[in-house]
Structure formats: C-alpha cells, structure tokens
Design a protein around this ligand. Structure first.
Ligand code: NDP
Length: 299
C-alpha cells in the first residue's frame, strides 16, 4: 500500500474543536449561543441514529440542540408551520430537516420553506444558486467536508483535473461547483458516461459519490491521484457469516496501491459531514449577528 490515508475522523475532531473554541468565544464575548434545530418526521431507523448523533455532537461543541420528532403521518401543513416557527425564532441559527421524508410530503417544498440563511444543509434553491454563481452561500456538508480535506492535503487545487462520479443534488453537483470554485478542471460523470474507467484515469482528484459498493477499482485510479470516497454501502461481511460491513464506492485495497492519498470508509468523509453541519451552524450564527465568520470553516 502506497497511499497516504486521509484520516477523516481526526480531521473532523479538529474541525469540531475549532467550532467549540469559536462557540466559547461567542458565549463569552457576545452572550450568544448558536442553536441548531433538527426536524425528524417518522421513525426511519437510520435517520433516528443520524439525528441522535447530530444532537449529541451539537451539545458537545457547546451549541443548543433542539430536536423536533414528528409522527410519520404529519401533514405538510403542520410541518411547514413548524418550519415557519423555527425560521422566526432568533435563538435558532440552523434548521435541518432530516431526509428522506415520508412519501406524502414534498421534500422540495419543505426544504425551500426553510429560511436560506438558516439552511445549514445548503439544499435550499437559493443556496444552490448562490453556490453555482460563486457567491456566499450555505454549502452542503458532505462536499464541504471533502473540499476541506482536499485543501488541507494539496494546498492549492488550482489547475488539477477533478472527476466527480455522481451528479446528485446533495453530493455530486455541489462537489463539482466547489472544485470549480477552487479552479480545478472538472468533469462530472454519471451512469450514462461513456468509458468511465478512462474518464477516471484522467483524474488528479477522483471523487466517488455513486452508492455502488466498491465499483471503482484501483486500475481506474491515476497513479498518485487523491481519491475521496463519499460512498457508504453496507454489504454482507465476506468472512463473518451473518455480519455486515461498510464499504465505499471505491475498491479500497486496490485503489490504495496506486493512489497518492485516499479516504477510508468508514472514517473518511462520513465524520466530516456532521462536523461541517456544526461549522455551518456557527457560520449562520455569525452571519445572523453581523459577526466575522470563522476562517477555514466555510468554502
Ligand atoms: P444518488 O443515488 O442520489 O446519486 C448517485 C449518482 O451516481 C447518480 O448521479 C448516478 O447517475 C450515479 N451512478 C449510479 N450508478 C452509476 C454507475 N454505474 N456509473 C456511474 N455513475 C453511476 O446518491 P448520493 O449522491 O445521495 O450518494 C452517493 C453515495 O454517497 C451513497 O453511497 C451515499 O450513501 C453516500 N453519501 C455519503 C455521505 C457521507 O456523509 N459520507 C452523505 C451523502 C451520501 P445518474 O444520475 O445517471 O443516475
């Protein structure tokens, strides 16, 4: 194995420590405590785990955490009324509606009802437009975390060839926008891309956000490239019967033989997502109060 392992767990702990330091200063100097409201509709087990872990880490960095758990059959009217209330609550600086929502709720409508200044997931159409036009916005957490690790590893990304595999609104597209913002030459690949292997081999930076376990093998990776594996896939454990394990979208063992640097799964991009949610909440709080934004914690 030759690649440097980009330790997302340690990186995320460092981001959370920086956030906590800023929060302490905000409390001491401005008497302000950032607040994050998380709304969960229904009882999806994975969503419940995410929401619990978000709440725990919010409190750990010294912020106020507000959890709103609604029944699975909550009406759109009631959900929008709650969001309206949170939008108008000055003690709340970030609002996150846990996705996916139950089928009877229109996710786009719900997300676009969040005040864009409090949209710490960065999914509101206004934030999408601001990011796309290179203006100050709230940036989706997973791509932001990936960008932070890339900047830390490379310094400047200017002129590097970046290939993002996946074109979802929450990962692929914003990731590509961020890389473009840092002056990479960006290719977005997807399920209709011709000769994906060859496209990937041209990448100095290869971001995999596909949702297919170990789809990208080592021989698609350019020697020395940096590989950011966003994928989180649970598969049957190859050696332990009845058990499962998490793998990324990249075949880690073979890719690590050729890459210059690589994020593992678990312990790569995953931990950065919650750390960036906290960073975004801090940023939103500073903006709401006309204070200087923390350096290095935004795009
Ligand atoms: P989506 O399913 O929304 O998008 C997947 C993308 O991959 C689509 O654009 C699709 O193309 C493309 N794709 C699918 N199959 C292929 C293929 N055979 N060849 C090339 N492209 C393909 O997924 P997300 O973006 O939401 O998530 C991607 C992965 O990242 C998942 O594993 C998810 O669990 C993980 N994830 C991890 C997070 C973290 O915190 N680390 C946060 C969010 C997601 P097309 O558009 O043509 O269908």
């Amino acid at each position: 194995m030759s690649a440097t392992i980009i330790d997302g767990k340690a990186f995320a702990a460092n981001v959370r420590a920086q956030v906590a330091e800023h929060v302490t200063r905000l409390k001491e100097e401005q008497n302000i405590t950032p607040g994050l409201a998380v709304v969960l509709v229904g009882e999806d087990p994975a969503s419940q785990v995410y929401v619990r872990s978000k709440g725990k880490m919010t409190v750990e960095v010294g912020m106020n955490s507000f959890e709103h758990k609604l029944e699975a059959d909550t009406s759109e009217y009631d959900l929008l009324a709650l969001i309206d209330q949170l939008n108008n609550d000055p003690t709340i600086h970030g609002i996150l509606v846990q996705l996916p929502l139950p089928g009877h709720l229109n996710s786009d409508l719900v997300i676009n009802s969040i005040d864009p200044a409090k949209d710490v997931d960065g999914f509101h159409i206004s934030n999408v437009g601001l990011l796309g036009t290179g203006q100050k916005s709230m940036v989706p957490c997973t791509p932001l975390g990936s960008l932070m690790m890339l900047r830390d590893h490379h310094g400047s990304l200017s002129g590097l060839n970046a290939v993002v595999v996946g074109r979802s609104n929450i990962v692929g597209k914003p990731m590509a926008q961020l890389l473009l913002g840092d002056s990479c030459t960006v290719t977005i690949a997807h399920s209709r891309t011709k000769d994906l292997a060859e496209v990937c081999r041209g990448a100095d930076i290869l971001v995999a956000a596909v949702g297919r376990p170990e789809m990208i093998p080592g021989d698609w990776v350019k020697p020395g490239a940096t590989v950011i594996d966003v994928g989180i896939n649970r598969i049957p454990h190859p050696e332990k019967e009845g058990k499962t394990k998490l793998v990324g979208d990249v075949h880690y063992e073979s890719a690590a033989e050729v890459a210059g640097a690589i994020t593992p799964v678990p312990g790569g991009v995953g931990p950065m997502t919650i750390a960036c949610l906290l960073a975004n909440t801090l940023t939103a709080c500073c903006r709401a109060n006309g204070l200087t934004e923390p350096e290095g914690l935004t795009a």
